[in-house]
Ligand binder design. Structure first.
Ligand code: KG4
Ligand code: ZN
Length: 357
């Protein structure tokens, strides 16, 4: 309690993340120290199904969260009374899992008389580069690429996001996962596809670059995925060549759409990538080159901050506290978990059925 007496640097926030298949808890200080954290992946539970099963995920979060909270607090040697706020992912995501984390956070907040901060998971990703990079100021051009989202955002400040592009069907992480599934590489697919791509020829398989050069700003990856399926079924290509060619097509789509966003909404001093797909080294390298060519600073969070984690949720809480100041009493305890929660509510809806935010 007592955020009134704290500066940003000494603020201590407990973060909880449970929106997909990672249960995560972290204690983060306003000076960017991750005091303690724990992440439990559910890969083993979902692997037999080739994707995340919401019911299994919610149950696993419910089983794991309490012991993980105790472990993190004990490791840090901190009591709830010393925590300035409890930040939990309140959406978007799989609703069962989100509810497990949010309800736990509400209970803790109520018991300890500590403010609750209901964090948008996407805001966690969007601000995560600032946790890793103290020099990164606003504004920046953000490519947010994860299993559920593929967006380009102008990040103008905490809580100020302008969506410049989104996917009209699949997210890029989803396309990686589906490619892996088609090739029988297991789940999660991103790292497996990246690994095999290193052994393949990126020019070997002719794959489409959906919406490349299009005057509309968005992404589309469903056609690419279908082309991967046809390439596999043709029997004419090695899996490594398919992976390398798929990754190359994805990179070209990303760069093309970023160039369009920069042309229409730029310039920006910095390009930032966040979300699970940002762990991909080929994508990082291409983005770094793009940033260099456009005289932009390039920031990518370290790998463990790219994939889902609670440090980014706690950090988003720190940013909210710093922004709203000493009077911030927290979000209402009846804040409802949101399966969908766009970062930019003013963004125009796009055509396409698979749009998640
Ligand atoms: O951000 P994240 O952990 O969860 C969501 O909020 O979706 O992202 C997970 C996604 C998965 O689709 C996974 O396959 C992808 O990120 N991913 C990768 C890599 N590592 C994780 N995609 C491509 N290359 C990687 N190395
Ligand atoms: Zn995520």
């Amino acid at each position: 309690m007592g955020s009134a007496t704290h500066t940003l640097d000494s603020t201590l926030v407990l973060g909880i993340e449970s929106s997909c298949d990672e249960t995560a808890v972290a204690l983060v200080r306003g000076d960017r120290t991750i005091v303690a954290q724990a992440i439990a992946s559910q890969e083993a539970e979902h692997a037999p199904y080739g994707g995340v099963v919401p019911e299994i995920a919610a149950r696993a979060h419910a089983e794991r969260l309490a012991p993980m909270l105790e472990k993190v607090m004990a490791e840090a040697g901190v009591t709830l009374a010393e925590v300035d706020a409890i930040a939990a992912t309140a959406g978007p995501g799989l609703i069962g899992g989100v509810m497990v984390g949010l309800v736990s956070a509400k209970a803790l907040a109520m018991a300890a008389h500590t403010p609750l901060i209901a964090v948008n998971h996407l805001e966690g990703h969007a601000l995560s580069p600032r946790l890793a990079d103290a020099e990164l100021g606003f504004p920046y051009l953000l490519l947010l690429v994860s299993g559920g989202h593929c967006q380009i955002l102008a990040v103008e400040g905490v809580g100020r996001y302008r969506r410049l592009a989104t996917t009209i069907d699949d997210a890029l992480g989803e396309a990686f996962d589906k490619t892996a599934k088609i090739l029988g590489l297991g789940y999660p697919g991103g790292p497996a596809v990246e690994r095999l791509a290193r052994e393949g020829d990126p020019k070997a398989v002719p794959l489409p670059r959906p919406l490349k050069g299009s005057s509309e700003p968005h992404f589309s990856f469903a056609g690419l995925k279908s082309a991967v399926l046809r390439a596999k079924e043709s029997g004419a290509h090695s899996d490594a060549d398919i992976c390398a060619s798929f990754q190359q097509a994805a990179v070209e789509c990303l760069i093309d759409r970023l160039a369009r966003a920069l042309n229409t909404a730029g310039p920006f001093p910095a390009l930032v990538v966040a979300g699970g797909v940002a762990a991909n080294k080929a994508i990082r390298a291409a983005l770094e080159g793009f940033a260099q060519r456009h005289a932009m600073r390039f920031t990518a969070p370290p790998l463990q901050l790219c994939t889902d984690n609670a440090a980014m949720i706690a950090w988003a809480g720190c940013e909210r506290l710093a922004l709203e100041g000493a009077d911030f009493a927290g979000d209402p305890l009846d804040f409802v978990a949101r399966p969908r929660w766009p970062l930019d509510p003013a963004a125009e809806p796009v055509r396409g059925a698979g749009v998640k935010a």
